[in-house]
Design a protein around this ligand. Structure first.
Ligand code: GLN
Length: 554
């Protein structure tokens, strides 16, 4: 079922096996017809994650990369759409030698071919393949068929794990095992018997329930693993090992037992628990609301990146969602100055990536407030572009300065669309057509960015169509904005910042640093930002250790 934690479960299994010295790679199958996640609205599908090679994919790929500390590529990701596209293209070029191409077996065979390719590319001992969606729905039936075929071909090398949810009606009630039993029956009818069941539930599963599931689902009790809710998702691999999951998997795959080494990971997970001093970070955005619910998923990597850096500095992040609308003028439906005042209570503000005009004036007002009141500010992609617009408008006094994404006719287009992007837009070629993936940049010595990375050459992931307009670079620099990172050709501005003497931390990156932060290797810019936020906190509250919980920092 979507949201049950299959991604984190797969990542954690990967971590466990990796900690036993195995090379692990991960693969995600998304059962939708979109060829990739690039065209999907984040409120519907969560954040769009971007890989080095520019693949726009599901946020679970981010989990895999974070847990395994590996860089993946398009070879690690597929959708129904991409599979069909490949099969149809192959058929059109006579790749099937005149045969009748059928849904079965050709679609599952294409899936299996890709699993092999992923293993080969990573020289992996283990490939973890996650099938998205829910057992029993139409969408993923061909992927289950692929797994059935793989198991028939290689019975000793394929292991299937079902992640199942055990609902409880109220807190004193027993977790219900029936849905799990039915899920297994449904899997059985697709020709698959799970080898292990991970039982997602609020609390750890008791022996009685384990026994019941084992008996009804053709397994031994020790094949039923507890996956209770946890405070921090980085605890999950450690928790799984409490149920001996690593040994169980090795045994089932007929692999020799191996010693595990999870020391560093455990220490990291522990630092999250032990951190007491709070830093309050506000994320100003618009992809929060879905009906009555707040969807933190739209900015998942941003949240995780904050957590990695906070753990590094031993502080506890308290992350709040700030709807940009509230910072707009009262006449435009916002709370104006009163709304902005609330920013004083924060130690750092982030404006993350975004598209389109809704909420932009509010974001600009928030950025201005942070700049003028010396609140640490970190702009990610759109947040960097808008910081540039704000600076042009309010410091350089360039009337009506804007990004042409919002005002195509502005007199001062400080942010403008790349010429090569204009053509694509005119032809409505929206899919996989932004400036995507890893691009190199060069940092300027003596800047915050350079100090953070400690090196001149960097490579970061991108996803955007607009850029700082080269025609305005000189003027912005004269006005005090420092472009501390540029593309090797010097045509594209990659990092903009204000000198430390002017502001404790006011920096934006055209790229998405959140896509490359890892638990044990926090991203340099996030590290600097969280450090600046912690410094502000301790300046304002010198002796306080506020033992509060982050609102979303699970
Ligand atoms: N909308 C902006 C652009 O396309 C920023 C995109 C983003 O934040 N990822 O350039």
């Amino acid at each position: 079922m979507s949201g049950v934690g299959k991604g984190v479960a797969s990542s954690s299994i990967g971590k466990i096996l990796q900690s036993r010295g195995l090379e692990v790679t991960s693969l995600k199958i998304d059962p939708y017809v979109n060829v990739d996640a690039g065209t999907m609205n984040p409120t519907e599908h969560g954040e769009v994650f971007v890989l080095d090679d520019g693949t726009e994919c599901d946020q679970d790929m981010g989990n895999y990369e974070r847990f395994l500390d590996r860089d993946f590529s398009g070879k690690n990701y597929m959708t129904t759409g991409s599979i069909y596209q490949a099969v149809i293209e192959r058929e059109r070029s006579m790749g099937y030698g005149g045969k009748c191409v059928e849904v079965v077996p050709h679609i599952p065979l294409e899936v299996l071919g890709r699993i092999d390719k992923a293993a080969e590319t990573a020289k992996a001992n283990i490939v973890i393949t996650e099938i998205g969606g829910t057992v029993g729905e139409y969408q993923n039936i061909l992927f289950l068929e692929a797994i059935r075929m793989a198991k028939i071909k290689h019975p000793k090398d394929v292991l299937t794990v079902l992640v199942s949810y055990l609902p409880i009606m109220n807190d004193d009630n027993e977790p219900k095992t029936k849905p799990t039993q039915y899920a297994v029956r449904t899997l059985n009818s697709a020709g698959i018997q799970p080898d292990i069941i991970l039982t997602r539930a609020k609390h750890p599963l008791d022996e009685k329930r384990k026994e019941k599931i084992a008996f009804n689902c053709n397994l031994r009790e020790k094949d039923i693993i507890s996956a209770p809710d946890v405070l921090s998702l980085y605890d999950i691999p450690v928790n799984f090992e409490k149920d001996n999951l690593g040994n169980l998997i090795l045994e089932k795959l007929s692999m020799r037992p191996r010693k595990k080494d999870m020391k560093e990971w455990r220490a990291f997970a522990k630092r999250i628990h032990n951190a007491k001093d709070v830093v309050r970070i506000g994320i100003v955005g618009k992809y929060f609301a879905s009906g009555k619910f707040i969807l933190a998923d739209s900015y998942l990597s941003v949240i995780e990146s904050i957590k990695h850096s906070a753990a590094f500095w031993g502080v506890r992040p308290e992350i709040r969602w700030l709807d940009s609308g509230q910072f707009e003028a009262v006449k435009d439906g916002g709370r104006g100055a009163e709304g902005l005042k609330e920013l004083d209570g924060f130690d750092g503000i982030i404006v993350p990536g975004g598209f389109g005009s809704r909420g932009v004036e509010g974001k600009l007002a928030a950025i201005r407030y942070c700049r003028e009141n010396k609140i640490p500010y970190f702009g990610l992609c759109y947040g960097m572009q808008l910081a540039t617009v704000e600076y042009a408008r309010n410091v350089l006094k360039l009337k009506g300065a804007d990004t042409t994404e919002i005002d195509p006719k502005t007199k001062n287009p400080v942010i403008d669309i790349l010429p090569e992007q204009k053509k694509l837009m005119a032809e409505k070629r929206y899919g996989a057509s932004m400036r995507l993936g890893a691009c190199p940049a060069v940092l300027k010595k003596g800047t915050i960015a350079y100090g953070a990375y400690g090196q001149e050459k960097i490579s970061e992931r991108h996803r955007h169509r607009y850029e700082v307009n080269p025609a305005y670079v000189k003027r912005l620099e004269h006005g005090g904005l420092v472009f501390s990172g540029v593309s090797p050709s010097r045509r594209l501005m990659e990092v903009a910042e204000l000198p430390r003497a002017v502001h404790p931390f006011f920096l934006g990156s055209q790229f998405h640093p959140e896509l490359k932060s890892r638990p044990l290797r926090p991203h340099p810019l996030f590290k600097e930002f969280v450090k600046a936020a912690a410094a502000r906190r301790s300046a304002i509250h010198p002796n306080s250790t506020i033992n509060a919980m982050g609102s979303v920092a699970k």
